[in-house]
Design a protein around this ligand. Structure first.
Ligand code: PEP
Ligand code: MN
Length: 341
């Protein structure tokens, strides 16, 4: 059960609510986010929710049984829209394109990339500065110094920055330079990191684990929300299956199902979901058709020279073509009312 509390509820009013729950043997947890105050009541006991709804501390009460309480669409039926300022949103009616290199390499790369993104009206740039790599001998990122120039150059062009955070201890140092914190597939169930991001007042893009179920993804999102941060974007980035023809199997089934289960925006990452540049365009368009709120794509001026994930990176020309196709498809869907963008 989710009990939304009134902002101005007095201590006494909240106490009488808690006493009532205790008398019915409910356990509860208070959640305070940047946007609201909630009491999550746990237990399968019989209770007439109207008796709770009538208490002075209570704004609204929702009977939700599943464990993904706060991220569930069962209590919050309107979609969550992530505001990044300057009219940049994720989860509104538009399909948001995020693009950038797998890894930030140097200033020259960021400079060229930001000019290209500006020309393409792409307002969010991705780029890893701390890279989770399977082998410890692979390139592991330019670190915080790289993040500083990545952020400064992008912000000059009004482009928002998304980058991966791999450990809770780095959040503070990264905070001034980041607009969206990315949690990578490998850290999808790093509960200490998720708890710490619950305390942050910036959006979090949470990727599905390499072999993570949708329920596990939603539980991970619940950690962030119940820690105090409601601004979460989910990302389908492919899962490991028996199929070896591509790096991962992009699970597009997940998009409409997640959109039904949760009010959070969901984006698709066809780069890691396929590992092959030829598959990025069809999977992006399929993601759009399946109801995703956006896409995150790896691009590089010269993919053959990329320090990581070159095989799945589009060059600028390919990205330009894809961007046009995304626009045309969105307009078509809008006009034909198959989907409202
Ligand atoms: C990335 O976005 O560069 C990345 C490492 O992705 P994932 O965590 O999905 O493997
Ligand atoms: Mn990558």
């Amino acid at each position: 059960m989710i009990i939304q509390l009134k902002e101005n509820a007095s201590g006494k009013e909240s106490d009488s609510l808690k006493e009532m729950l205790e008398s019915k043997s409910f356990r509860f947890k208070t959640v305070k986010t940047q946007l609201g105050k909630y009491l999550i009541a746990l237990g399968n006991n019989e209770i007439d929710i109207r008796s709770i709804g009538n208490l002075p501390a209570v704004r609204d009460v929702h009977a939700v049984n599943d464990k993904q309480q706060l991220v569930s669409s069962k209590w919050k039926t309107s979609p969550t829209v992530i505001q990044l300022g300057n009219d940049i949103k994720i989860g509104d009616e538009s399909f948001r394109v995020i693009a950038g290199p797998c890894s930030i390499e140097d200033k020259e790369q960021v400079n060229g990339m930001r000019e290209f993104l500006s020309e393409q009206h792409i307002q969010i740039m991705r780029g890893g500065v701390f890279k989770p790599r399977s082998s410890p001998y692979s390139f592991r990122g330019v670190g915080i110094e790289g993040l500083k120039y990545f952020s400064a150059l992008c912000h000059e062009n009004n482009i928002k920055v998304i980058t991966e955070v791999m450990e809770a201890e780095k959040i503070e140092a990264m905070y001034p330079y980041v607009d969206i914190f990315q949690v990578g597939a490998r850290n999808s169930q790093n509960f200490n990191l998720l708890d710490a991001l619950g305390k942050v007042d910036k959006p979090v893009l949470l990727k599905r684990g390499v072999s993570g179920t949708l329920d596990e993804l939603l539980y991970s999102a619940e950690y962030i929300f119940s820690g105090g941060n409601e601004r979460i974007i989910l990302c389908e980035r492919g899962i490991r299956t028996f199929e070896k023809s591509y790096r991962n199997t992009l699970d597009l089934n997940a998009i409409p199902l997640l959109k039904e289960k949760t009010h959070l925006p969901v984006i698709v990452d066809p780069s890691h979901g396929t590992g092959k540049k030829e598959l990025i365009e069809p999977m992006t368009l399929a993601g759009l058709m399946s109801g995703a709120d956006g896409v995150m794509i790896e691009i590089h001026k010269n993919p053959e020279k990329a320090v990581s994930d070159g095989a799945q990176s589009l060059n600028f020309k390919q990205m330009e073509t894809l961007n046009q196709k995304v626009k045309m498809t969105s307009e078509f869907l809008n006009e034909t009312l198959i989907r409202n963008f």
